[in-house]
Structure formats: C-alpha cells, structure tokens
Design a protein around this ligand. Structure first.
Ligand code: GAL
Length: 683
C-alpha cells in the first residue's frame, strides 16, 4: 500500500501485500498460555495485522528506567512465525502509576479547576515537560529494540491524541500557552488588537498576565478561546512529532501513523496533523441510537480519505458489535459488521481493524465487543469475523485504488471551534448540524464527496459546498472567489464567511468575506424560534420545488447582483429571499440563507449540481449505497452496500469479486443487508 502525504512527501509503504485485517492486540491482559491460541485463531480469521502494545507502558517499564521487553519479544516472535504483521505502538497514552505518583503535578486540570485523577488513561498534561521526557524515553527504548524487525510494518504513535484530555488548564499549560502566544503575536499590542481586548477593558500589558480561558464569571474573550483551542491542538501535535521523530530516526524505512478520530472528535485540527503522518488512520464508532448511522460512518470515511489527500488509508479501530460507552450499547445485527467494514473499504480504506482482538475479562472495557467474544468461537460473531477476513482476502486487487469525487464539502476545525464559542445569534447554529444536513442529502442522492480545507486548491471539483464555514481568513475567501470566477460552482449556507481568524466580524453586511461572490448583502440575522417554520415560495424556475418550508434561521437579505430563487412567505423574513443564485465571473454561486426541509434541499442541490455539470446516479433506491474505486489499470470497482430490507439488482457486467470473480453478464443481485463488489473493465 503506497501512501503519499497531502504535501507530496515521498511515498512510504506498509509492507503488506494484502488488505490489512486485524485489530488492537493486548496480550498483556492474558496469561502467556493464551497467546498461542490467539495467534492460531488470528490465522483462522485471516488476520494479517495487529496493533500491539498500545497500553503496555507499565509492563515495559515496570519501574523508572527499568525495562522488560522479554514478554514483548515472545509475542512478536509468535506473531512473526505465523506471518502476522505488526503495527507497533508507543505505549504513551497510559502512563504507569509510578510516573503519576512521582509527578502528581502532571495530572490534568479542567476549565473549572478540577484536577483529574489516576486510574483511567491519558492522565497527563499535554504541556508537561516531565511527561514528554518520560514518553520520549520509553519510545526510544522501544524503537531501538524493534527497529528493522521484519514483522513490524507500521509504527502506531500513542493512541487517539486528545480523546479524553484535549485541553489542560494547569499552571504548566498556562506557561506554554503564553509562549505559544508570544511566538504567534510577537508583541502584546498585536495580541490586544487581534483579540479585540479593548472590549470589556481586557488590555494586556505583558504576556505574563494572560491566563487560560478557564471558568470565568461570564463568557471569556472568544479570540482567546479560539487561540487556546489552536494552542491545545498544537501542544498534542508537538508530543506526537517528538515521538515520531525518535521512531523515524531509529527505524527510517517503516511508516508512522497515529489513529485519528475523524468526524467523531473535534479536539485537534486534523488538517495540520495529516501532514505529519506517513499513513492516515482513523477510528470510527457508530452512534448506536442514531437512525441511519451508516451515513455518519460514510462521512467519517470520506473525511479520512480527504485527510489522506485521496490516498488509501487504514480504519484502525471500529467495533465488531456493541461498544461499552454509550447510554445503550446496542449490538450490531447479523451482517452489520460486514456492511460497516466494507463501507469504509468502499470509501478508500485499505485496511479494516477493530478494537480489539480478544474481549477483555476485566477492566473498564470488558463489555466492549471484540473479534473474539467472551463466548468464544462457537458464535455468530466469530463466524462473521472469519467470513469478513475471507471477503477482504478476495478483495485484494482493489487495494491502492482511489475514490473519485466531483463534489467537495468545506470542513474546517477552526470554524467548528469558532461556532462552539458562546454568545451566538442562535443555539441552532451548529457546525455539524449543517454539514450533516448537506452530507446526508448528497449521500442519499448517491453523490460521493471529498472534504476540503477552505484554503485548498479547489480546481479539481465541479461543485463546492460550504455549509458551515464560519471562519473565513482573507486568503480562504480569495481562494473561493477565484474558484467561482474561474468557472466553479459554489453553494454556501448561512453563517459562512462571517468572521476572520480572530472571530472578528467582516464588516459591511454579512457574509462579509463572500458578499461579492454571492451577490447578496445581509443587514441582520433573523433566527427562528424553536419549532418555528416558514413557508418558502419559488421565485424562479431554477429550483423545481413550488413550496417548501424552512426552520432554524432566516436573514434580512438584500440582493446585490444575485437572483432570488426561493423567498420566505411568512415569519420574520417574510418577503425576503431565502435562496439566491449569482453568476460571478465564469461561475455560479448559490446562497442558502435558511435551513430548508429535506425535499427542498434536494431540489436546491439538484439545481446546483446541474449548474456544475454533476450528474447524480439515477435509479438508486434510498438506502442503497454505491461507491466507486478506480484502479491504476482503469478497473472500476463498484461497491454496493444494501442497507435496506429488499434485494437490489445492479445492472452491469464484470466480475463479482466476493463470489471468487464469477463473471456477471448483465445483472448482479445485492441481497437485502448484503454487499457486492463488481469489478468492471481493466485486467
Ligand atoms: C477508542 C480507543 C480504544 C477503545 C475504544 C472503545 O476510542 O482508542 O482504546 O477504548 O475506543 O470503543
């Protein structure tokens, strides 16, 4: 599997001639007698890659500076003999008890001053020099010992940075925050002006006066909060790069990853992180209670592929069945694990791994599903696990292929953080809510999307959708402007292009950064009440929805070059445009100044797709997911996942890869709840 970073750093390969299959392996939780059985069963299931040692620091360094690698040597030996490759983890996500006992000040502090205790994991302050030092030491010892080991094909740094502790408010963090600010602003006057600290008389005369945005009498300066989010992401990134650099220096030929939580957690700016890994990997867990939660899964997979610059990536963790941390840990039903796994594969994953290999007997996660459940191998789950291993083996030729997309959705962590700050015009302004609304309609229309950073080169996309781009740096707005001017189609939703990188409003009428491109000028926001609905009336033939409705949001919007497509008939914006279309340069810019009902949003998206020359597939029933991967030799792999209770018949010719490559001469039935992969052309 060749992977190139988005910046085009030299490709690094995971030395594995297959689609990766396996999971987190935590042998230290079991007596040694169990290990041989583990390895035999892994072979039976088709496992070829395990993530090893993720939480094993206390076993590897039982006392400060005293190392015990004997047990790990034996596990690695067993796996190697069996031909199972290793994704070897630095164990730094769980520091040993002795470390916290000796360094109690390293315990993280929350915004309200609570000191978090030991007994879980990730009990450390990301800015603690003592922690960073200790983590560097165990990382060096580990990398020195296993560098060049033929079974180790990937280094797994830490585990889910920022999952439990992403921001720390201790004294050490405050010192580090000040340093970070001094580096960014150079002078405190520059900071005062960027933060607008004249407001509420917050002017600072020295960096030493600045605190973390801890719990305060009322809302803390939003620019300070935003910088603290950036700083906190960078503090974790610094920990990561320090471990990575140690590993790279000792074992330069083996690629390095760390498992992201793309689409699940917003704690770190993954665009910045993705540049720093050799292979992008992510973890994904379904929200069991959410209807159609497979759409959220697809979003995470598309976001991960985008972070990987379109190159194949690894699903580092998901669950075979229930997790243990949601209010009701619903078990996956027969076939669901395979559908989930193959949906990630469809969207570019070249490896499918789980948390974890063998279900723990004790500890906080004992009720979390695993590849090998408590009930053993005479189980439906085990049979499905082995069947999935066989399916992935049958799909081997697909690895390395890419997922084409003509449509991109703008995704930016800074906008997400900015929208989470308090004192907004409405509690209904929610970064994910709008992204999900647009993503879902495009998913149901069968349109595959990439996600893009707002400053990315957009030239390769026919349609760019910006549902929640609240923060618009000048350069980003310029990039969108140039994209439309040169012939692109942009569709922006409300609350896009509102502020600069310091949460300061772009003046002159909203959305200040994009007013000219959109051809509108908004004088005032007119948020709707909870449950309030307005009626939309069609103003032009561009959208074939005569009537529709809208919720959440409206605006006092004046046309300034754009044409009205839909208008509010009632509510606070009665008579005002709700959806507009503007010809700008060679391109077209749509503006959706409200939250239309799904049918109306479909009509708007269809019209924008038509402007852009994007043709959504026809004849795809709701709930049937169809994604293409394209091989370098021109083979097109149609992955069809049937989430419905009715068989779906796919028309086409090619090879049915999950049936040993059987020729298909006109039709392939994708059974209810099943998945088929049709290879078309090539070879
Ligand atoms: C992940 C974590 C794993 C395990 C899993 C349970 O966030 O990386 O170690 O805890 O969740 O779902």
């Amino acid at each position: 599997m060749a992977v190139e970073s988005p910046e085009g750093r030299a490709a690094r390969r995971i030395n594995l001639d297959a689609i990766a299959y396996g999971g987190d392996y935590n042998p230290e939780q079991w007596p040694e007698e169990v290990w041989e059985e583990d390895v035999a069963l892994m072979r039976e299931a088709g496992v070829n890659l395990v993530s090893l040692g993720i939480f094993s620091w206390a076993r590897l360094e039982p006392r400060p500076g005293e190392f015990d690698f004997g047990w790990l040597d034996r596990v690695i030996g067993l796996l190697h003999e069996a031909g199972i490759r290793i994704d070897l983890a630095t164990p730094t996500a769980a520091a040993p008890a002795w470390f916290l006992a000796a360094n109690p000040h390293v315990r993280p502090v929350t915004a309200d001053g609570t000191v978090l205790g030991y007994g879980a994991r990730q009990t450390y302050c990301p800015s603690s020099p003592e922690y960073a030092e200790a983590a560097a030491r165990i990382t060096s010892e580990l990398a020195r010992r296993y560098a060049g080991h033929p079974a180790v094909v990937l280094w797994h740094i830490h585990n889910e940075y920022g999952c439990h502790v992403s921001r720390c408010y201790c004294e050490q963090s405050v010192l580090a925050f000040r340093e970070w600010l001094a580096e960014r602003y150079k002078t405190v006057d520059t900071l005062n002006s960027a933060w607008g600290s004249a407001f509420w008389g917050q002017l600072y005369s020295s960096f030493d006066e600045i605190d973390a945005p801890r719990l305060a009498p009322t809302g803390v300066n939003p620019a300070q909060e935003l910088d603290f989010r950036r700083f906190s992401s960078d503090a974790l990134l610094r920990l990561y790069t320090r471990e990575r650099d140690i590993v790279r220096a000792l074992d330069p030929d083996v690629p390095v990853t760390t498992n992201f939580m793309a689409g699940l957690s917003d704690n770190v700016d993954l665009w910045r992180w993705a540049r720093e890994v050799d292979v992008v990997s992510t973890d994904h867990y379904l929200t069991a209670a959410a209807p159609d939660n497979h759409i959220g899964l697809s979003l995470s997979a598309d976001l991960t592929r985008s972070l990987a610059g379109g190159q194949p990536w690894l699903l580092m963790e998901h669950s075979t069945s229930a997790v243990n941390w949601q209010p009701r840990n619903v078990a996956k039903r027969p076939g669901e694990m395979a559908r989930n796994s193959l949906a990630h594969f469809a969207r570019g994953a070249d490896g499918i791994l789980f948390f974890q290999w063998r279900a723990s007997r004790a500890g906080a996660e004992k009720y979390h599903s695993a590849m090998l459940p408590h009930a053993g191998t005479d189980t439906r789950l085990w049979r499905e696990v082995t069947a999935l291993g066989a399916d992935l083996a049958a799909l081997r030729e697909v690895r390395g292929s890419i997922v084409p997309a003509e449509v991109a959705i703008v995704w930016d962590w800074e906008s997400r953080w900015g929208m989470e700050l308090g004192f907004k015009p409405s509690v209904d302004l929610d970064f994910r809510e709008r992204i999900d609304a647009y993503y879902e309609r495009l998913w149901r229309a069968g349109v595959t999307v990439d996600f893009v950073h707002p400053g990315a080169d957009l030239g390769g996309y026919k349609l760019v959708v910006a549902p929640s781009m609240y923060v618009a740096r000048t350069a980003w707005a310029e990039s969108l402007r140039a994209y439309v001017r040169d012939g692109g189609t942009l569709l922006a939703s409300y609350y896009t292009g509102i502020v600069d990188e310091n949460d300061a409003v772009h003046l002159g009428g909203y959305p200040g950064a994009l007013r000219d491109v959109l051809g509108v000028r908004v004088e005032e926001f007119l948020p709707l009440l909870k449950g309030q609905q307005t009626t939309l009336a069609a103003e032009s033939a561009a959208v074939q929805a005569a009537t529709g409705s809208a919720t959440r949001w409206a605006e006092d919007l004046a046309l300034d070059g754009a044409a009205a497509v839909l208008r509010h008939e009632d509510g606070p914006a009665a008579g005002k445009p709700a959806v507009t279309r503007h010809t700008f340069g060679e391109g077209t810019a749509w503006y959706v100044a409200t939250a239309p009902d799904p049918g109306t949003l479909d009509a708007i998206l269809r019209a924008a797709c038509a402007d852009a020359g994007v043709q959504p597939p026809s004849g795809l029933p709701d709930g049937v997911e169809r994604v293409q991967r394209r091989g370098a030799d021109g083979t097109v792999y149609e992955v069809v996942i049937n989430h419905t209770g009715t068989d779906f018949v796919l028309s086409g010719t090619g090879r049915d890869l999950l049936a040993g490559g059987t020729p298909v001469d006109s039709e392939l039935t994708v059974p209810a709840g099943g998945v088929r992969v049709l290879a078309v052309g090539g070879l």
